[in-house]
Design a binder for this molecule. Structure first.
Ligand code: ADP
Ligand code: MG
Length: 692
């Protein structure tokens, strides 16, 4: 149970439960030299002991140095203890204690130190440990000692110490052998140099290198094997038929950028092959992914098959629906809409429209993968803003195809993934990148403004809107409470309605214009959301107050001002997404980030990054640096097991080698067996996730 909490599912996992750090108990520190924060071994004579009951039951002892020249004491505090431990701590006993020193009420203390009782006379004592003591990540109720013993026991097993890497590969890569690396990390040998100790704690020691290499290799092998397995499956070859795709290209009010053409070619080529596509289309906010999705969809319908386009929010799905309806009117194509907000009759009708298997493009939200939906002729599943969905949801959509063949999958994301991360976590995906924005975009000017100067911003936005601009005014989601978020949005809306009622003026007495202010939030009825959004698109609403529901994908070219309240509370990806909602028309756009002081260090750093950068990739790289890969990937959702020891960014060189070795292993005769073992050791049952 307790082990499970540490992510240890099998006994074998214990061997890979590696120390967080080491403590040095190889020498004693005199009590007089102790300082808070040190992890040390010290000795002294017990001079006082007592049970205390406040604030809770505890056994408190005091030890003092027996050196007459230096007077110093240390308090030992135990909240749980055995009677024989208590008996051992009699007054006059000489004890050696190990632990972290901290500042207590009565001077320095150790809470729950390990201790041993020494002989009565100084000099007559047990030898000190001659090696570093590993400290493992642990959990309540599981002591370091017990964990250490269990790990030591497992390390006796031959299978644990078996080197899964073929010897030739190991030597060629100049890596330590497996048992050597494991033993070294769990029980570093005596007499390490200061330099070795430093590399040990920096995780750059050859023993760590071997561990991290294997971890990366197992991940690469798992992903690459799934990719290879997919290549042997079958999907409908959707070949160019031309009539619908060409018609769309002709109708578009723009021509595709070179980057879009490249992406479309890659996707079109994939679709034309009788092997399931598994491709990620990546492109910064506003780079024009929707039209590529539309082309892929039309290619599918041209071939007499069904295609589903799923988006994470009602607003976004609806926007796609409207946009595609406008592009596609008059073309011989059935366009269906499926969302949770349909009436029962509408819902039934939509389902019936799909279950017969006639060619169609269906656009919708999570409603698309519900049980009652059947698309017997589904050949392509497109998932927009894929990081918003869980693996299971994406698979549920894919599995709507009931034929013998696989369904092609196209995933789209505006979260740019730095190269190292993509290499590491997306090794099973093909990736197309739209790396330029459509022409005619004007860069967004970003301003950082203290919340204290908000009134000026109100006046400023008023002035711009009189000139024909439109603004989003975003207030943050309050994590703890949706209700509070909603209140904040309503309050802000009321405030702006009052300011722009036509009878108000600024603090300096200048009149504020009369403007229409609208409100958009997640709790609204879908129909109201749609109506509000439509009014904004028509220009009837000048200022749209919104919670972060507009974060993904919303596209209103005339909106050129984005005001974000309490920008310090937003993550970098969110800020970048929000800012990407403007700068889509010809008008000079602005993003005004209001912040409240004092700013925390991380918030300050984030605002600096967003202020200085407009390139999504650079922002993502910085985000990775600030937050680590987990959140950037939405890892919990994506189901891709995160790396525990290796860090794709820091260990880039190792990652490159692991990727190359994985390719090589998969070609070698004994490679398959090695791959299976490595994957089993590192991923165990988690390898299933990669099936996606
Ligand atoms: P995203 O990649 O963020 O999903 P969209 O597909 O919503 O971006 O496109 C953003 C805007 O750019 C839309 O209004 C779209 O019609 C427009 N657009 C897309 N491609 C081009 C292009 N090649 N030239 C001009 N405008 C384009
Ligand atoms: Mg989009």
């Amino acid at each position: 149970m307790r082990l499970a909490r540490l992510g240890i599912a099998r006994e074998a996992d214990l061997a890979l439960h590696l120390p967080l750090r080491y403590e040095d108990y190889t020498s004693r520190v005199p009590l007089a030299q102790l300082r808070a924060g040190m992890s040390v071994c010290a000795e002294g004579v017990v001079t006082a002991n007592e049970m205390r009951y406040r604030p809770r039951r505890q056994w408190v002892c005091m030890i003092e140095s027996d050196d007459e020249n230096s007077v110093a004491a240390l308090v030992l505090r135990f909240f749980t203890f055995y009677p024989n431990q208590q008996k051992a701590m009699v007054i006059g006993a000489r004890v050696r204690v190990f632990g972290e020193v901290r500042e207590g009420h009565f001077g320095l203390e150790m809470v729950h130190p390990k201790f041993i009782v020494l002989g009565a006379k100084a000099g007559h004592e047990a030898p000190l440990s001659n090696r570093l003591t590993p400290i493992y990540p642990t959990t309540a109720g599981l002591s370091q000692e017990v964990l250490t013993k269990q790990i030591a026991r497992v390390l006796q097993w031959g299978a644990i110490l078996h080197d899964d890497l073929p010897e030739a590969v190991r030597q060629q890569e100049g890596l330590w052998n497996w048992p050597q690396a494991l033993r070294f990390l769990h029980a570093p040998p005596p007499g390490l140099s200061a330099e070795e100790q430093a590399t040990l704690s920096a995780h750059t020691h050859p023993a760590w290198q071997r561990i991290k290499f294997d971890e990366l290799l197992a991940q690469q092998l798992s992903l690459k094997r799934h990719k290879a397995a997919r290549a042997s499956r079958h999907a409908e070859a959707l070949t160019p038929r031309g009539n619908l795709t060409d018609a769309l290209l002709q109708r578009l009010p723009f021509t595709l950028t070179e980057a879009q053409q490249r992406a479309w070619k890659e996707i079109g080529d994939d679709l034309a092959r009788a092997v399931p596509m598994h491709r990620l289309l990546q492109g910064d906010v506003g780079s024009g992914k929707t039209v590529i999705a539309a082309l892929a969809a039309l290619r599918t319908v041209e071939n007499g098959r069904q295609v589903a386009l799923m988006a994470p929010t009602e607003i976004l799905a609806e926007q796609h629906y409207h946009k595609l309806s406008a592009w596609l009117t008059g073309l011989p194509l059935r366009l269906l809409w499926l969302s949770g907000s349909l009436t029962t009759t509408q819902h039934k009708k939509a389902l019936a429209g799909l279950s017969g298997g006639e060619p169609a493009l269906v656009i919708g939200t999570h409603a698309l993968f519900q049980k009652e939906v059947t698309m017997p002729n589904l050949a392509l599943a497109i998932v927009d803003e894929q990081h918003r969905f869980g693996v299971a949801q994406r698979l549920a959509l894919r599995d709507k195809g009931t034929g013998a063949e696989d369904v092609h999958q196209l995933m789209m994301s505006a979260t740019p993934i730095p190269r190292t991360l993509a290499m590491s976590f997306y090794a099973d995906l093909d990736v197309s990148v739209i790396d330029t924005l459509p022409p005619g975009r004007t860069p967004v000017a970003t301003r950082l403004v203290n919340q204290a100067r908000r009134a000026e911003i109100v006046a400023h936005v008023g002035k711009r809107c009189v000139d024909g601009a439109q603004a989003y005014w975003v207030c943050p989601l309050i994590e703890e409470s949706e209700k509070l978020s909603l209140q904040a949005a309503q309050t802000l809306c009321e405030e702006l309605v009052a300011a722009f009622d036509g009878n108000s003026e600024t603090e300096s007495g200048a009149p504020l214009p009369k403007l229409n202010v609208g409100l958009l939030h997640g709790r609204m009825k879908p129909a109201n959301k749609t109506a509000t959004m439509e009014a904004f698109v028509r220009g009837d609403i000048h200022v749209l107050v919104a919670t972060t529901v507009i974060e993904v994908g919303v596209d209103v070219p005339n909106a050129s001002i984005m005001v974000i309240e309490h920008a310090e509370r937003f993550g970098l990806a969110q800020l970048h997404q929000l800012r990407g909602r403007v700068g889509r028309g010809s008008r000079q756009s602005q993003c005004i980030l209001l912040f409240e002081t004092p700013l925390g260090a991380i918030a300050k750093e984030r605002l600096k990054v967003i202020f200085e950068n407009s390139d999504g990739f650079e922002i993502a790289r910085q985000d990775l640096r600030i937050r680590g890969p987990g959140e950037l990937l939405g890892a919990r959702q994506s189901g891709v097991p995160l790396l525990r020891f290796a860090d794709p960014e820091r260990d880039e060189a190792l990652l490159e080698r692991a990727s190359a070795v994985a390719d090589c292993l998969l070609k070698m005769e004994e490679g398959e067996a090695a791959a299976v073992k490595l994957i089993e050791r590192w991923l165990g049952d988690k390898a299933e996730f990669f099936k996606a």
